[in-house]
Write a protein that binds this ligand. Structure first.
Ligand code: ATP
Length: 249
């Protein structure tokens, strides 16, 4: 049982947390959907944010990626207070998000989708491609295929390959399992675990709670715009299965 963030006291947190939200409130127009959300993503860890539809999980990602400014509370990225900072500033701070729907260009080929990312970091098109194909050999075999004609899992790999070209320190992932077969989801999560082992901090919003919990270092359950439980995966599993994620969890 852990309703306070044990991660903050972890020995891994000598450097500031990759992301910290403190009492964040956020609204769409006059309707408040986050009612004081606090949690900490320690560096190099996977933090799973779980909860039922409409709980506010994607809204947390919008706040963390600068697409929605909190009405109250604080957001820190690697120790820097960045409330209300424009999305470009957060990208410069190392934040990269893969939105629900993946954000790839379906009418462009794999190569074109990847080369498009060279404008960000000053890397050559060849370097960016080499890195992507080294990590995702399947993409290398499909470089001239239109992205929209690839399988859902391949498209998600392409989205991740594009995100990794930005050399992120904090990766925000929204429902990467959406519409994918369990085997593909397991493969993607294996990669998420590897990325964390390489030092990238990852906040993942997920409906497949068990898959995410299997690789997560920390997890939080969110209901109606509030965090109801946070801790290590074993601290939250009872609440996940008992409460509201249903048979698919
Ligand atoms: P899901 O798992 O279904 O995606 P979620 O936990 O990610 O749900 P959010 O998408 O963050 O939840 O939505 C939280 C609440 O905010 C919901 O009531 C939703 O209807 C509302 N909401 C989300 N986006 C907007 C928007 N652009 N304008 C108005 N209300 C919104």
């Amino acid at each position: 049982m852990a309703t306070t963030m044990t991660a903050a006291t972890s020995p891994r947190t000598k450097t500031p947390p990759a992301l910290e939200l403190r009492d964040v409130r956020a609204s769409y127009g006059r309707i408040e959907v986050l009612h004081g959300v606090s949690f900490v993503v320690p560096p190099g860890t996977v933090f799973a944010l779980l909860g039922p539809n409409g709980a506010g999980k994607s809204t947390v990602l919008k706040v963390a990626s600068g697409r929605l400014t909190p009405t109250e509370g604080c957001m820190h990225i690697a120790g820097t207070h960045l409330n209300g900072a424009p999305a470009q500033k957060l990208v410069r701070a190392g934040v990269c998000s893969i939105p629900e729907g993946r954000g790839i260009f379906p009418n462009l080929t794999v190569i074109e989708n990847i080369r498009m990312m060279t404008y960000r970091g000053g890397l050559s098109a060849g370097d960016v491609e080499d890195q992507a194909y080294a990590r995702f050999p399947k993409l290398g075999q499909r470089r001239t295929q239109l992205a929209g004609t690839m399988s859902g899992g391949e498209q998600q790999m392409l989205a991740m390959a594009r995100a990794l070209t930005t050399d992120p320190s904090l990766l925000l992932l929204d429902e990467i399992s959406m519409g994918l077969a369990p085997l593909i989801v397991a493969e993607l999560y294996e990669l998420v675990g590897q990325l964390a082992a390489e030092g990238i901090s990852i906040l993942v919003v997920e409906q497949f709670a068990r898959t995410a919990l299997a690789i997560a270092d920390y997890a939080a359950i969110m209901v109606h715009g509030r965090i109801t439980r946070v801790g290590q995966p074993e601290d939250v599993t009872d609440e996940v299965s008992a409460a509201y994620l249903g048979a698919g969890a």
